[in-house]
Structure formats: C-alpha cells, structure tokens
Design a protein around this ligand. Sequence first.
Ligand code: HEC
Length: 115
Amino acid sequence: MRIVLLFILLISLFADDSFITRYEYAKMLYENPRGIGCQHCHGVKGEGSIIAKYKDKKGVKYLKAPDIRDVDYKRFYKKLNSRKIKSAMPSYFLTRSEIKTLYYYIKMINSEDKR
Ligand code: HEC
C-alpha cells in the first residue's frame, strides 16, 4: 500500500513539472502570438512605445503603440479581432481563449510590481 501511495505521489510531482503554468503560457503567447510579438510595439509590460519617428511639413511626428495596461476587456477583444487594414498594428488570428490569456497576462505582469 505504501509503495502504491509513493508511486502516485511521484507521478503527480512529475506531472506538475511537465506542464507549463498559465503564466508561462500567457507570456509565450504575448511574445509569440503567431505573428510579431506584442512586446515589440507595446513594450514588455504593455506600457506602450514609440515605434517610429518621422518628419512631415509640420515637423517631427511619432508613431506610437499605445499603453494597453488599462484597456478594458471589451475594447481589448475588439481590437485583437479587428481586421482593419489601415492600422499600424498587424491583424492576428487568435482564439477567444488566447485573447483572454493575453489580457490576463498584461494584468498579471503589471500587478506583480504594483506600479
Ligand atoms: C507593429 C506594432 C504592433 C504590434 C506588434 C502590436 N500592436 Fe497593438 N497597437 C499598435 C498600434 C500602432 C496601435 C494604435 C493604433 C490602432 O489602434 O490601430 C495598437 C493598438 C492596440 C490596442 C488598442 C488600444 C486602445 O487603447 O484601444 C490593443 C488592445 C493592442 N494594440 C494590443 C496588442 C496585442 C495584445 C498585441 C500582440 C498580440 C499587439 N497589440 C501587437 C501596434 C502594434
């Protein structure tokens, strides 16, 4: 009986090791969402960044990827599901659950350091 219990314990420990956590999965998705990673434009934590700087007749202009840390879920979902060609942001083909995971990731990573 004791051996059986030990065996079950070992299996469960091993099983825990072989699965990545939800957080690790979310990080992978943020950095590699079947397309260019979000961090390249929105920054590692979704804080936003300047993608490009250019000049026109009126002077120097910046192309910015906005801060996405406080975007509500509805807006987030809509944006990730949009197929608008005119945006500087690429279109992604993510599932509902993947979009949820990305949203969760940005919340998680920002609550860790309580900005
Ligand atoms: C090539 C740069 C680029 C990449 C990569 C990118 N974005 Fe964006 N994103 C933008 C720009 C520029 C905007 C603002 C213009 C717009 O809304 O189309 C934007 C807008 C958004 C918005 C809307 C913000 C608001 O206030 O309404 C969300 C949400 C968003 N991005 C999330 C993501 C996520 C999640 C990823 C990764 C799957 C990602 N973006 C990848 C450039 C990028």
